[in-house]
Design a protein around this ligand. Structure first.
Ligand SMILES: [Zn+2]
Length: 855
């Protein structure tokens, strides 16, 4: 179904830019209300586009001051999206096109292009922000060398590449590496550096800096340590070395995303780089490490080799997410990392894939590209690379990557180029595998087993459900990692990768003494949903004996979901076998604490709603909430005799360290405290709150107390202590919403939006409140629809200031088709109301229309 909107852009329409851009010189004269940007483009005819061509430059909201070609003034009038200079007005051969424009960074609340945050100038150009800075061929396949001069009365003036000169209120930067405009960055402000150095594998000395506002220097050490670890890892594992004399990271409070990989000058949402023991939790530390690594890894996968067009976004994001997952896995526990990644994939990507916003990893059309920075492009994009690696093996994966870097360095590439290096290295035809990039939807994998006189037959059948615009699909190539266990728990068949390429295929295993117990989709070898009839006994057996850590977790999780589903739908009691299995796991000291903590956490309410919906039920949010509560209590009672022992055994004494082992212990301790709170009225959690000497424990204990309806005084104390700290206050805002009783959620959100520290212009603060609203499943879906109205009201308000963040937060509505008719109608009405808003942005408009199946 092609989108009907005239603004739709199609992959099939791609053609190269009319000209070659050999170099660009930019000059910025900074002023909050009237920054002047002078741009000199050195253009030449592009042999790929024969005949004399017009020059079309992108540009939005720019005041054109002057335009000249080879020094001769041209009278031109821009339109709403750019500037065209007719071929007839251009000389033959190469020429210099110069423009001067005026922009107002202080008025820029969309946080795209050049804007101001707390008196500091900064930029965000991916995907199409550069066109809000100057007239330019703002597309990733136009790569060129940038020379930048910044003039402004601020102590720190930064841009990409290497510094080449500076003086009183000016600085000049040159980037020797050709790059597209989306990787341009400029920062100017009163900043402090947290400096360090790094020697690359070939002996090049690199200056490293994390730039922050005065006062934040004490929160940079972890980010710097993570950066150096990432630089070393990329050398050791991928053979990739850093390529400039300096690498700068800047922390910014007002930022739409996590961070941005601008060449040599990464710009970070301050929450993705700043961390200290008293202000950040273990999860924050792990996230900072992963995001720093992710942005750094882009230097090769994204910057040196970039995307030909935005349809290829997964080329850089899927691969870079895969690389940052490998990095975290190497630095921390691989099984725990895999479980966390799969849980996140299911929570966000499966949800997207199963609803009206489903789209392929490489979409073929869009209206606003900002709406495709999605879990599908990023996380499923990474899964596709993991599958590819499993199919070709580690050695050929390494050879293919070497060839990729060698063949495409300095170029803008496509998914076809990426797959071709694997085909050339292995001789395999990857045409069928490519369907993972072009078809949306989560495949369902049906498992049928048969046992007959020593012969075990495993039949796998795939089903690819319809998604918007893709009613019918071909069978995919699915790598299914399988192992077989004997009834005594020994592995009779170690992990084998079965390549399912047909709709249905049977695999026969002969010569087995007894009927084996199969462990299917080990390590989550493909992003699919397994459908398999498994008895309680078999799940409990796999939970106890599987040699694959992921499937061990999975067995427990599936059993837990089965039990919860029966409690919700039939009012069943918690199953004793489940409680016994969870008890065995909780106290199994052969398992790492982080693994136990994950396994003891019950599936989330949104996850249960999706599970019930997939099984043909209409999920009732209140019933899900009540059943989950009941199971929590039953688990607490079952574990009661040894909970306090577990809690104190997991206490980590001494100074705080954010390493994975200590973090795992703290996580398990908090799980134990959460269960204890259901039995002791919060006494142990209160003690832990007052004893806490780090944010993980004090915040964790407060959250537990709030969840059992206590903790109001802790909340006041917390606010008093942290009122001047924006990052910590984001936690304070969020926890009140996530822990509120369903019927109180709307009231809590209203009250928080009236709090003097609520700031609509700060995306972190908006997400803290409204991300928490949609995360409180039962509260957001309260039967009166108050949650839906609130979200719609505030998305409309935010859209006027910041369309990108408004559009992203609108996905709270994407799961509307799951629920009962009343809720469906209320959510649809909220989306209709958004869509009918006068002056609605392209961003939010496209999202609402897609959710209503109108685009
Ligand atoms: Zn990225």
């Amino acid at each position: 179904m092609p989108a009907s909107d005239p603004r739709t852009i199609y992959l099939a329409d791609y053609q190269p830019f009319s000209h070659l851009l050999e170099q660009v010189e930019l000059r910025f004269r900074l002023d909050p209300q009237a920054t002047r940007v002078t741009t000199r483009l050195h253009l030449a005819p592009n042999p790929e586009r024969p005949g004399k061509q017009d020059v079309r430059l992108d540009g939005e909201d720019l005041k054109l001051i002057s335009c000249s070609v080879n020094g001769e003034i041209l009278k031109v009038v821009p339109d709403a999206t750019g500037l065209t200079i007719a071929a007839a007005r251009l000389p033959s051969g190469a020429f210099v096109l110069e423009t001067e424009v005026e922009i107002a960074p202080a008025e820029n609340t969309a946080l795209e292009g050049l804007y101001m945050s707390n008196g500091m100038y900064c930029t965000q150009c991916e995907a199409e922000g550069f066109r809000k800075i100057t007239f330019y061929p703002d597309r990733p396949d136009v790569m060129t060398r940038f020379k930048v001069r910044i003039e402004g009365d601020l102590p720190v003036l930064l841009s990409n590449g290497n510094p080449v000169g500076q003086g009183e209120a000016w600085a000049e930067w040159e980037d020797p590496w050709p790059k597209p405009s989306y990787l341009f960055a400029l920062v100017a402000g009163d900043l402090r550096a947290f400096p360090d150095r790094f020697t690359t594998m070939s002996g090049r000395e690199v200056d490293l800096n994390i730039w922050v506002r005065p006062g934040d220097e004490g929160r940079c050490a972890w980010g710097m340590q993570s950066l150096k670890a990432a630089m070393r890892w990329d050398e050791e594992v991928y053979g990739r070395e850093y390529d400039l004399d300096i690498f700068n990271i800047v922390a910014v409070d007002d930022f739409n995303m996590g961070a941005m990989e601008n060449k040599g000058l990464n710009i970070f949402n301050s929450k993705a780089v700043l961390a200290s023991a008293d202000t950040a939790t273990d999860d924050d530390f792990a996230r900072v490490e992963a995001i720093i690594a992710h942005e750094y890894f882009h230097n090769w996968t994204g910057n040196r080799i970039t995307c030909r067009d935005w349809f290829q976004l997964c080329l850089k994001e899927g691969l870079t997410v895969y690389r940052d997952q490998q990095f975290s896995s190497d630095l921390r526990s691989a099984p725990v990392k895999r479980i966390q990644d799969v849980l996140a994939l299911r929570a966000r990507q499966f949800r997207e894939d199963g609803g009206p916003l489903a789209h392929p990893v490489r979409p073929d059309h869009y209206i606003e590209i900002n709406n495709f920075y999605t879990a599908t492009v990023y996380e499923k994009g990474a899964e596709v690379i993991g599958m590819l690696r499993r199919l070709v093996g580690d050695a050929d994966y390494a050879r293919a990557l070497d060839l990729y870097f060698e063949r495409h360095d300095g170029h803008a590439a496509t998914i076809e180029d990426w797959l071709k290096v694997f085909e050339d290295v292995t001789g395999r035809d990857l045409a069928q595998f490519k369907l993972w990039y072009t078809q949306a939807g989560t495949p369902r994998l049906k498992v049928i087993e048969d046992w007959d006189k020593g012969r075990y037959t495993l039949t796998l059948e795939q089903e690819n459900p319809p998604t918007p615009g893709q009613p019918e699909k071909d069978a995919k190539l699915i790598p299914v990692a399988v192992g077989l266990l004997s009834p005594n728990g020994d592995e009779v068949l170690p992990t084998q990768v079965l390549e399912l390429s047909e709709a249905k295929h049977s695999y026969v295993f002969d010569g087995l003494g007894a009927r084996p117990i199969a462990s299917i989709l080990r390590d989550f070898s493909a992003p699919v949903i397994v459908e398999r009839e498994v008895s309680v006994a078999e799940r409990a057996f796999l939970l106890a004996h599987d040699k694959d850590a992921f499937n061990r977790f999975e067995a427990g999780r599936s059993l837990c979901k089965d039990v919860l589903a029966r409690m919700i739908v039939d009012g069943a009691e918690p199953l004793p076998e489940l409680l016994e299995a969870m008890e065995a796991l909780a106290f199994d000291e052969s398992l790492e604490p982080a693994f136990r903590a994950l396994a003891l956490r019950l599936p989330g309410e949104d996850d249960m709603a999706a599970t019930l919906f997939a099984a043909g039920h209409v999920p009732d949010p209140a019933a899900i909430h009540a059943a989950r509560d009941a199971l929590h209590l039953a688990l607490a009672q079952k574990l009661r005799p040894r909970l306090s022992v577990l809690e104190s055994a997991m206490h980590v004494p001494g100074a705080y360290a954010p390493d994975a082992d200590s973090a795992g212990k703290r996580a398990l301790r908090l799980v134990a405290l959460g269960l204890l709170a259901r039995l002791d009225g919060g006494a142990a959690a209160r003690a832990a709150f007052f004893d806490a000497h780090n944010m993980t424990e004090s915040f964790g204990a407060m959250q537990i107390l709030l969840e059992i309806g206590q903790g109001a005084t802790k909340l006041e104390r917390f606010e008093e202590q942290w009122r001047d700290d924006r990052l910590v206050m984001d936690k304070w805002f969020a926890v009140q919403v996530t822990s509120a009783k369903p019927e109180e959620v709307a009231g809590v959100v209203r009250r928080l939006t009236e709090h003097p520290a609520f700031d609509l212009k700060n995306p972190n603060r908006f997400r803290a409140v409204f991300g928490a609203l949609t995360a409180n499943h039962a509260g957001f879906h309260e039967a009166d629809g108050a949650g839906y109205d609130l979200l719609a009201d505030w998305l409309i308000k935010l859209d006027r200031l910041n369309p990108q963040t408004a559009a992203r937060m609108s996905t709270g509505f994407e799961s509307w088709p799951r629920y009962d008719i009343d809720r469906q109608e209320m959510m649809r009405a909220a989306l209709e109301r958004i869509l009918a808003t006068e002056g609605l942005s392209r961003d939010l408009g496209e999202m609402a229309a897609r959710m209503l199946a109108r685009a």
